[in-house]
Design a protein around this ligand. Structure first.
Ligand SMILES: [Zn+2]
Length: 461
């Protein structure tokens, strides 16, 4: 578009002034801008111009100031500006079970503590309170998009929207009776209604979340896939989290979980498999061919001693591997900076190669690769014009971050969620200088403590 030229008439003579600058809603300027774009551009310093929900320019501060004037400016001097983090696997309301039962294997943890606690405590009110607490923690630690699998997902979606976060939210379908559905067909009907309720939403991508191949029969898995196809919705599923799951699958179906799901026509694009710890090379090839994304959850996998996912092999095969925290009951927080650091460390330990997942790769997994894994890379995951304005400003001046030679190294190896100063989603500032704009922090914490007393009573703690 040609720049408009202002002609100003002064005392009878015409003076041509500077080209008129376009007025935009927000400019974040002066910080080191880590774009995570395909060229890996880092602008020192840089600026991001935002109009409404979209990024309109990412450039040097003078270049942005020459083209745009902002209604509001955020000075990011001495800080890093980067894409908001994308948590590809969590169960948001489970923050209310944080620290309830630790140091147990997955099946014992699930069957003795989590499933019984859920049966007694999960309700729409519980889910809303838990999601508010999770949203508070995510905004405070720089997550701007998250993928979720839980019950009463419509409540989660509403709280997520009110908090201003972006979510790929999956209504869970499971074979046994759960708090929001007595049967899998009831779960499917709930998922259908949820997909209709949040279709074409600006912040929420509604999804179908069949829990796992070991908690569902073949007919329900096929029905979940068909439902997602009818709505062109994403599918979220747990896959090969433990060695036991593989054993069960081989006993029942003679093949691995991935091969079984392939044999029933379950795999397809816009599908995200969480964990993928026990995948064979043949499984990895199937997922790559079917363009299935994978969420790697290193902290949960280590804490539950589930195993080590072959992240390098998956990335080499071309699979989009995102990073997740998993539910806070098995992590025990939603800090994606810690997830990045642990993903890098675990891969190094696993392969005896410190180059296995370098800082840049860990950052990619938490941003642009997470976006790819969710099929959203054209909208989020990097700071580029025409993408949605989902970004964070991260402080880089603490003792722990001094001196600063390499911003990418610092983001992965020394930064924590608490270092995030400002969080912006869809052009809206959700936290400014650590002050929450969309949630009342004290109220959210008080409400969570009230529900915790119900959890304590339910499990006799
Ligand atoms: Zn999970």
């Amino acid at each position: 578009m040609l720049a408009r030229i202002c002609a100003i008439v002064i005392a009878g003579s015409v003076v041509f002034a500077q080209p008129a600058r376009r007025t935009v809603t927000l400019i974040v300027t002066g910080g080191t801008v880590v774009t995570m774009d395909a060229a890996g551009r880092v602008l020192t310093p840089g600026a991001v111009a935002i109009d409404g929900r979209d990024i309109v320019a990412v450039d040097a501060p003078e270049a942005v100031a020459g083209r745009f004037q902002a209604r509001e400016t955020i000075d990011a001097t001495g800080q890093i500006v980067m894409p908001g983090l994308i948590n590809t696997h969590t169960h948001a309301p489970m923050v209310l079970y944080r620290g309830l039962a630790d140091d147990l294997a997955l099946m014992e943890w699930l069957q003795k503590y989590i499933f019984p606690a859920e049966a007694k405590t999960v309700s729409p009110e519980f889910v809303r309170a838990g999601t508010r607490l999770a949203a508070l923690e995510m905004i405070q630690s720089g997550t701007t998009t998250y993928a979720d699998m839980y019950y009463f997902e419509e409540e989660i979606a509403q709280v997520t929207k009110d908090a201003g976060l972006r979510g790929v939210l999956g209504q869970t379908i499971i074979q046994f009776p759960v708090p929001d559905a007595k049967t899998p067909s009831e779960g499917l009907a709930r998922a259908d209604a949820f997909l209709k309720q949040f279709a074409n939403d600006e912040l929420i991508v509604p999804a179908v979340a069949p829990h796992a191949m070991y908690t569902l029969d073949t007919a329900t898995l096929k029905a979940a896939r068909a439902l997602a196809d009818r709505h062109r919705a994403p599918v979220l599923i747990h896959l090969s989290e433990t060695a036991d799951e593989g054993k069960t699958s081989r006993e029942k179906y003679k093949v691995s979980p991935t091969q079984y799901l392939e044999s029933i026509g379950f795999w397809g694009p816009r599908t995200l498999a969480a964990h993928g710890v026990w995948l064979s090379q043949a499984d990895i090839q199937i997922l790559a061919r079917r363009k299935v994304g994978v969420s790697h959850n290193p902290e949960s996998n280590m804490k539950l001693a589930s195993g080590m996912a072959k992240v390098v092999a998956m990335r080499t095969a071309g699979i989009a591997v995102g990073l997740g925290t998993d539910g806070a009951a098995s992590n025990n927080d939603l800090d994606m900076f810690e997830a990045m650091r642990q993903a890098a460390f675990l891969a190094k330990l696993q392969t005896n190669d410190p180059r296995a997942i370098p800082a840049k790769a860990a950052l990619e997994m938490a941003t642009i690769q997470g976006a790819r894994a969710l099929g959203m890379e054209s909208r989020i995951g990097s700071l580029e014009a025409a993408k949605r304005a989902d970004l964070i400003v991260v402080s880089m001046t603490s003792a722990r971050q001094t001196p600063l030679y390499d911003p990418l190294s610092h983001l992965v190896y020394t930064t924590r969620g608490d270092d995030v100063k400002t969080t912006i989603v869809n052009g809206r500032v959700l936290m400014r200088d650590r002050k929450m704009q969309t949630l009342r922090e004290a109220d959210v914490l008080a409400e969570a403590r009230t529900f915790a007393s119900r959890v304590r009573a339910a499990v006799g703690k």
